[in-house]
Ligand binder design. Structure first.
Ligand code: PEP
Ligand code: MN
Length: 355
């Protein structure tokens, strides 16, 4: 995803600014690491239910200004209204991010874009709460239309309706599709809000880097357990530094021989994929023939016993070839669905002919 030679963007800091001491101590703990690009902190917090800590508000901007001056670190803040934008810019904030709940509302995004008209800052748009790629792209486009600033995306996962080990389910295919449609947009991963659990942050952060994300945003707090928001998912500054030291960052300068080896693997994959597609086409052709035969003999398209046998035997074969049973099952279900559709289509055509 990143341009060759570009350093990953690492943004760290507390979920919320709570007190001047908490902000300054957190900043002191992380500012020295060379990988850190900017210091984040929520100032105005969007809470799902009223009555929870809603951020220290305007005062906190002064603490962040102090971080910027003392540690020479750019500051990142969430903005949800034009007045937030105005105040943040006045305080010299360089990175503004749009939170997941705000991205979900095109009216709010448009108001923010209008407030940023002609202003050259870094803008990061978090994905909406629900896995709606168009809504995410729409918010990015609204920003790009109005501001000359650099617009980026943050992947923070999606609200899970089902039980999952994550606070917000990652659905990696969605940011990958975003990158495919908008290759010029840098995408940062927020493993803190995806996991909701500090123990899972390192593995999600590494996974994102392996997928070639352009950076990470990681919540870090001087005393996570007593944080006033998101206490379960914040790292201490020491754990953050340890994580940054242990992460495997992709090679910034992919040299000629690595590039050639990659090219050769990709050629092999291209060739295997086209063989898979040719075989699938042959399978569907046979399906057409069996469909015509069944129709002729008055046999139903779907035969439960045969289907059970297919699943069982293919899962066994797949497993002996080192494929996961779950994967083989999903793939067969999809192939079988298409076979049934083709056979039913053939039966319908013949019925229409008979009428
Ligand atoms: C945050 O970054 O603290 C935050 C509120 O995030 P999100 O909008 O992803 O829930
Ligand atoms: Mn948070």
């Amino acid at each position: 995803m990143p341009q060759q030679g570009q350093k990953p963007i690492i943004i760290a800091g507390p979920c919320s600014a709570e007190t001047e001491e908490q902000v300054m101590q957190t900043a002191a703990g992380i500012a020295g690491h060379s990988a850190v690009t900017a210091f984040r902190s929520g100032v105005w917090k969007p809470r799902s239910r009223p009555g929870n800590f809603e951020g220290a508000g305007d005062n906190a901007l002064q603490w962040l200004k102090k971080v910027k001056n003392e540690y020479d670190l750019p500051i990142a803040v969430e903005v949800a209204t034009p007045s937030h934008v105005e105040k943040a810019l006045e305080a010299g904030v360089e990175y503004l991010w749009v939170g997941a709940r705000t991205t979900s509302n095109p009216f709010s995004v448009q108001e923010l874009a209008r407030a940023l008209e002609g202003i050259d800052v870094q803008i990061m748009v978090k994905n909406p709460v629900n896995p709606d790629l168009s809504l995410w792209i729409g918010a990015i486009e609204r920003m790009m239309k109005m501001t000359p600033g650099n617009v980026m995306a943050i992947h923070r996962g999606f609200y899970p309706y089902e039980q999952t080990p994550y606070r917000n389910i990652p659905k990696w295919e969605i940011p990958i599709e975003l990158k495919t449609r908008m290759p010029e947009i840098a995408i940062i991963c927020d493993p803190s809000h995806i996991s909701g659990d500090r123990g899972l942050v390192p593995e999600i952060a590494q996974y994102a880097l392996d997928l070639n994300f352009d950076g990470l945003m990681i919540e870090t707090h001087i005393d996570p357990k007593n944080a006033l928001s998101d206490a379960n998912q914040q790292l201490t500054p020491d754990s953050l530094l340890k994580l940054l030291d242990n992460l495997e960052f992709r090679d910034q300068n992919v040299n000629g021989s690595v590039q050639n080896a990659l090219e050769s693997f990709r050629n092999q994959i291209d060739s295997i994929d086209s063989q898979i597609l040719e075989l699938l086409a042959q399978r569907m052709e046979t399906t057409r023939k069996i469909g015509a035969y069944k129709r002729h003999r008055n046999v139903a398209a779907f035969q439960l016993k045969r289907w059970k046998n297919i699943i069982r035997s293919r899962m066994e074969t797949g497993s002996s070839l080192g494929l996961s049973k779950e994967f083989v099952k999903k793939m067969l279900q999809s192939v079988h669905k298409e076979s049934i559709r083709i056979q039913s289509e053939i039966m319908k055509q013949h019925r229409n002919k008979d009428d």
